[in-house]
Design a protein around this ligand. Structure first.
Ligand SMILES: NC(=O)c1ccc[n+]([C@@H]2O[C@H](COP(=O)([O-])OP(=O)(O)OC[C@H]3O[C@@H](n4cnc5c(N)ncnc54)[C@H](OP(=O)(O)O)[C@@H]3O)[C@@H](O)[C@H]2O)c1
Length: 362
């Protein structure tokens, strides 16, 4: 049996860090060998560092309990322990840019949940089913930044994943989309722990999530864009208008979408067929976290629902429903995904699997 690749988690004590450990505890290719967080957790056994703030339903995996948490800023401590780090630190943007660059310059592959590098012109924002070819930027990134072995790849904002696979499937089938209006209903876990106060959320919804609408409108264009001369050129042909709302749901982001095609529109039955038959590189490569199928279409009028559909495909599939004609654009539909799995730790793990399958992890 092939030896597992040693990986680390920086921000391991946080909400997303805990999801990484839960999802990686029995991973067939990766073994977690390095945990790091802020100086206040450094030096403690993992179980002590998260005492009173372990948020997962499952107990702390036994194998991680006694690992001593390192200070994420002391990159030398990771040397020899792992070759890839998953990054899920909560720090200001400049500090994250420097920290992730320091890991990459020291030879580590960095797969990040953080938004800091999403705007960097040489850093791919990856959804493995959509833009795996964006990984071709890695040699350019290394050359430009003087990194011999390390590099940075990021995952997009969790708000967009409920609609990116469905719209990409249509674009790939030859039906480009000209414009789209989307209203998201985003789960509490997307705000991290403890998130908004209970008094603001019981019997309520919040119509503003700082920065989220801009990310929902800009990131899809980069993901659908092309790599030219070592830089990403965004796809300006699609226009998105987003309304992002926080709702009292624990996990699972919903997106209510209206789309207009650039040219001829497919019949509704064809749209459903395209979604049901959609498959991509992660499925062809049989990556361990690749959901098969990646898009599920539910015929019932009352689906998708966060409670019932977020765990489909082990939290990695996107569930779509309620395709119908739109009175303003061509069609409308509802998409749903698990924001802390597909939209965060699970999505990054799938990216790391793709990196390994493409031979980019040495
Ligand atoms: N929650 C989501 O659904 C979601 C989804 C996608 C992306 N993200 C992004 O993922 C990142 C983590 O989110 P989260 O919800 O897991 O946050 P969180 O629960 O607040 O955890 C933050 C982590 O960062 C560490 N940290 C804080 N200051 C640090 C420092 N100076 N040096 C090193 N480590 C430091 C913390 O360590 P200590 O425990 O030692 O303080 C902790 O491990 C954020 O950038 C967030 O925007 C979150």
């Amino acid at each position: 049996m092939e030896k597992k690749l040693k990986v680390g988690v920086i921000g391991a004590t946080g909400m997303i860090g805990q999801h990484y450990l839960r999802l990686l505890s029995n991973h067939p290719w990766f073994e977690v060998a390095y945990l790091a967080a802020s100086p206040s957790s450094a030096g403690k056994k993992y179980s002590d560092a998260v005492a009173g703030r372990w948020h997962m339903r499952e107990a702390i995996p036994e194998k991680f309990r006694n690992i001593v948490v390192e200070d994420a800023g002391n990159v030398a401590k990771a040397a020899g322990k792992c070759s890839l780090v998953f990054s899920a630190v909560e720090m200001d943007k400049q500090a994250i840019l420097s920290l992730e660059a320091e890991y990459a310059s020291n030879g580590f592959a960095v797969v990040s949940n953080n938004s800091a590098h999403r705007g960097s012109e040489d850093v791919p924002v990856l959804i493995p089913e959509i833009n795996p070819e964006h990984l071709d930027v890695i040699p350019e990134q290394q050359k430009k930044r003087g990194w011999s072995k390390g590099f940075i790849v990021v995952k997009p904002n969790c708000s967009i994943q409920s609609y990116m696979l469905p719209i990409y499937a249509l674009i790939k089938a030859g039906y480009p989309i000209e414009k789209m209006v989307v209203a998201t209903l985003q789960a509490l876990s997307g705000a991290g722990y403890p998130g908004p106060s209970a008094i603001d959320l019981v019997d309520n919804t919040l119509p503003y999530i700082g920065g989220e609408e801009e990310k929902s409108e800009i990131e899809p264009r980069k993901i659908l864009g092309k790599l030219k001369n070592g830089k990403f050129v965004p796809d300006e042909s699609i226009r998105i208008s987003a309304h992002c709302n926080r709702v009292p749901v624990t996990d699972g982001h919903t997106a209510c979408c209206s789309i207009q095609f650039a040219g001829k529109k497919p019949e509704m039955s064809e749209v459903i067929g395209i979604w049901k038959n959609f498959t991509a590189l992660p499925q062809e490569l049989k990556l361990p976290f690749a959901p098969i199928p990646p898009i599920i279409y539910r015929e019932e009028d009352n689906r998708p629902q966060p409670q019932k559909d977020r765990d489909t495909g082990n939290g990695m599939a996107v569930t779509v429903g309620r395709l119908r004609k739109c009175n303003v654009f061509d069609y409308r539909f509802i998409g749903l995904h698990h924001n802390t799995v597909r939209g965060a730790a699970g999505g990054s793990i799938l990216t790391a699997e793709l990196l390994k399958a493409k031979g980019l992890l040495g």
